[in-house]
Design a protein around this ligand. Sequence first.
Ligand SMILES: [Zn+2]
Ligand SMILES: [Zn+2]
Length: 174
Amino acid sequence: MAGLRTAPDPTTGLTAKRNNGLLGKIRGPYKNRIHPLQRVLSRIEMSPQGCWLFLGAQIRGYGSVPNALTSQFANRIVWEYTVGPVPDGLELDHLCRVRHCVNPTHLEPVTHKENLRRGRAFAPNPDTLRRRAQTLCKRGHPLSDPNVYLYQGHRHCLACGRLRKIKARATLKS
Ligand SMILES: [Zn+2]
Ligand SMILES: [Zn+2]
């Protein structure tokens, strides 16, 4: 009987049956209808040093949990569901220096600068570094305000965007 089905929660889109409430509200997109915290905690191993070693996928040594839209770092998931949100602009530093450890007591939110000072910051990939260092686009337009827009975390040239549009229109007409 369709009438007996629980209405989906407006914030999560989940029915009561799927989210049994044990782990609280599921925030954000997720995969396989398993709570992110559950996904992480079901795949850890305790080390003699007290580290909670994440046995799942890793991105440059950090535990990573695939998600419907993007990958999330396992340590961040555990921190957010056990301690609270990571303050804006801060990143989680591993006091134990074990990158795939997700034990929240081994983590400390610090500024990127402090993380760099400690020599433990997540190094961006070479492509990102190259793009950040770029001051001109491939046609020589300045890659700075007001000629840029952000798309997928990268700066893009507005002038080139306009040229692309004009070209597309021209080919449509011909
Ligand atoms: Zn640890
Ligand atoms: Zn350009």
